[in-house]
Design a protein around this ligand. Structure first.
Ligand SMILES: NC(=O)CC(=O)C(=O)O
Length: 275
């Protein structure tokens, strides 16, 4: 099948687990009604995006929020890109982790944010994820009934090497739960999604939290879908919204055939390899 409908939930952060379960159920119901095969959630949809909150809300893989996501995917028979949540491992290290579940509720992908968001923009955003988080170290692609797909988290989008490696592993759609802010959002959000999409001839689906002006970190919102030609197929504003976007995977092959940049790489001069 080459046409795929993706439902993106630009939603507020829900820290109350019962409320979260109810909201996700409603979103999944609506997504299924709209004939979407995928539902995507934002970065840190169940925890304030704040270094002091990550340890408080962290759970192991298989924890309560993970379980709700798996149940939703199974009950509604929908693929779920379950945004990110703080994950704690057996050594008490905490990661910013994205999971994907298939229509039977099985975890089919897991990506720990590989590039930690440590920035200090003059008169703008300061953030120091490395104060409490540990970086992941795996390039993540996975198989679905549609095609090979990839997974990255927010600041990872600034690293072309990672996106090129996913494209070389034949990813055609890359999910990026993300939360840019009021400094870097207007500067770089759309530019980065379009540039990684056109350079690697992939669809990129960026899903952000809805803006909350009272939170310590204010999300830019603007959840987006870009296509392999670098076009913006869908772009939201800042508020809560469930947006359906249809993508035609054939566009990926068409772009790669007509402008074969992946084949034109000069591996005799340079190489990119995963360790
Ligand atoms: N929040 C992030 O991880 C990244 C971000 O906001 C940016 O790169 O800008």
């Amino acid at each position: 099948m080459t046409v795929l409908r993706i439902a993106q939930a630009q939603m507020p952060v829900y820290t109350d687990i019962k409320q979260l379960a109810g909201v996700l159920k409603t979103l999944a119901e609506q997504a299924v009604q709209e004939k979407a095969s995928f539902l995507t959630l934002p970065e840190m949809f169940c925890c304030p995006y704040d270094v002091s909150s990550f340890p408080v809300y962290a759970e192991p893989q298989g924890g309560p929020v993970w379980q709700i996501c798996s149940d939703i995917a199974r009950s509604f028979h929908i693929y779920l890109s379950a945004g990110t949540m703080p994950e704690q491992d057996e050594n008490r290290r905490i990661y910013n982790t994205a999971y994907v579940f298939d229509q039977d509720g099985r975890q089919i992908a897991k990506h720990r944010k590989m590039h930690l968001f440590d920035i200090n923009v003059e008169d703008g955003q300061y953030f120091q994820e490395s104060a409490v988080l540990t970086a992941g170290n795996k390039v993540t692609t996975f198989e679905t009934g549609f095609c090979t797909m990839g997974l990255a988290v927010c600041y990872d989008i600034r690293f072309p090497e990672l996106f090129r490696l996913m494209a070389l592993k034949n990813a055609r759609v890359i999910f990026v739960p993300a939360s840019f802010n009021m400094t870097t959002g207007p500067m770089h959000w759309e530019l980065l999604f379009r540039s990684q999409a056109v350079s690697n001839q992939v669809f990129i689906v960026g899903t952000a939290p809805a803006r909350d002006i009272n939170s310590s970190y204010i999300s830019w919102g603007h959840s987006i879908v870009t296509d392999p030609w670098g076009n913006v197929l869908s772009s939201m504003e800042a508020g809560t919204e469930l947006r359906i976007t249809e993508i035609n995977l054939e566009e990926c092959s068409r772009a790669r055939e007509q402008i074969p940049v992946l084949r034109h790489r000069r591996e005799d001069v340079y190489t990119l390899k995963e360790r």
